[in-house]
Design a protein around this ligand. Structure first.
Ligand code: ZN
Length: 380
């Protein structure tokens, strides 16, 4: 089981308060008992951590630049926004309190891609990196209600893709508003016009990432993807079937305790509450949805098995690393030792884990638990 670490150096606007001595101690503690395959470090552009990166290099770890793609960079340049189905600029802003805001710009817009590569070249291109770990490679989730998912209707998307007429986008059934009929092979089947918008998103995200991956591979860099868990990824334009061949590794975020975007219970509640303000409806919607996907004990392993099937069927070399949150962050990530132990020891079918999402704020007790659980998994 490969162990990977993630270190958040701050957003574009707010550098993280890094305790370098404590981070070094945690790395040494890990390296005493297991290797670190990859270290994903980002994305404050001024963060320079020569002691940390040389320790990691000496240990044989690859260092990836952790960089958001379709969100978070607007402090560094202007981007074309996402346009909602009501032909208005989408205004969602989920403030994490650290400068991270989840404001997305159009993933299909060619100028946005050029702006992104220019930002990379101006601010982030450094010799020390073996690869890039691409985050926010998606459309917004349900965090802004259904309007944040019925996107993007900008001129660029309308001219390039076959989008549904906005008038077609209404929910016929209030408890199953998207008309979901089944969840198989990491895809939903749906009745009605919504399917069309998700198909378009799949193509838009894939086409842009195909371009960006060719760009980074041309520079000799490896590629990692930060992805939503497959059952949520569908709604944001992340098609594992098409994306897996582009990456050296993928990290599906199986964040069972995170009360913020990408957290599983959080995103499920966002879906359930997205369509009206009726709490009773939301409960019914949630139950129907969870029954449909088979959410419960063993669900994460069934998601992993779905990803593994793509790897095996296509003979891919892409590594599959389950992202488990291990940092403690008040009410946003009230992670416990028991949760970490259970998460790691129950995982089957992954090539390893990413100790997410911030080594700086992972308590020492969580590191000990991680190492015990990894050793337990080796011994099994
Ligand atoms: Zn667009």
């Amino acid at each position: 089981m490969d162990v990977n670490i993630q270190l958040f150096t701050g957003s574009c606007t707010v550098p993280a308060e890094l305790n370098l001595q404590s981070i070094t101690n945690k790395l040494n503690k890990i390296l005493k008992r297991t290797n670190i395959a990859n270290a994903l470090i980002g994305w404050n552009k001024d963060a320079d951590l020569p002691e940390i990166t040389s320790l990691l290099k000496r240990s044989g770890a690859d260092i990836y630049l952790w960089l958001p793609v379709f969100s978070e960079l607007e402090a560094l340049a202007g981007f074309s926004p996402i346009i909602g189905h009501k032909n208005k600029e989408l205004k969602i802003n989920y403030d994490m309190g650290n400068g991270e805001n989840f404001i997305f710009y159009c993933p299909a817009n060619a100028e946005n891609l050029e702006t992104f590569t220019r930002i990379y070249e101006e601010h982030y291109s450094r010799e020390i990196y073996d690869g890039v770990f691409l985050d926010k490679i998606r459309f917004p989730s349900f965090i802004g209600g259904v309007d944040s998912v019925l996107t993007c209707f900008c001129d660029c998307c309308r001219s390039k893709y076959d989008l549904p007429e906005t008038g077609e986008l209404y929910a016929a059934d209030s408890i199953n508003p998207l008309g979901i009929t089944s969840y198989n092979d990491l895809h939903y089947d749906m009745d009605g016009a919504f399917k069309k918008i998700f198909e378009y998103k799949y193509s838009a995200v894939f086409n842009s990432l195909e371009y960006l991956c060719a760009y980074f591979k041309g520079k000799g860099l490896k590629i990692g993807f930060d992805l939503f868990a497959p059952f949520l990824a569908y709604f944001t334009g992340q098609d594992y079937h098409r994306l897996m061949p582009l990456a050296d590794f993928v990290k599906p975020m199986f964040y069972g305790m995170t009360n913020a975007p990408a957290g599983l219970p959080f995103e499920i509640n966002m879906y359930a509450g997205a369509f009206d303000n009726d709490a009773e409806n939301a409960e019914k919607r949630k139950k129907l949805f969870l029954d449909c996907i088979g959410y419960g004990n063993g669900f994460i392993n069934s998601e992993i098995a779905g990803i593994r099937k793509i790897i095996d069927n296509s003979g891919l070399k892409t590594r599959l690393y389950a992202g488990i949150e291990m940092n403690y962050n008040g009410h946003i990530a009230p992670v416990t030792v028991e949760y970490i132990r259970e998460s790691i020891t129950n995982i089957k079918g992954a090539d390893g884990i990413v100790a997410s999402w911030d080594l700086n704020t992972i308590p020492d007790s969580h590191i000990d638990c991680l190492l015990d659980a990894v050793e337990f998994s080796y011994a099994r």
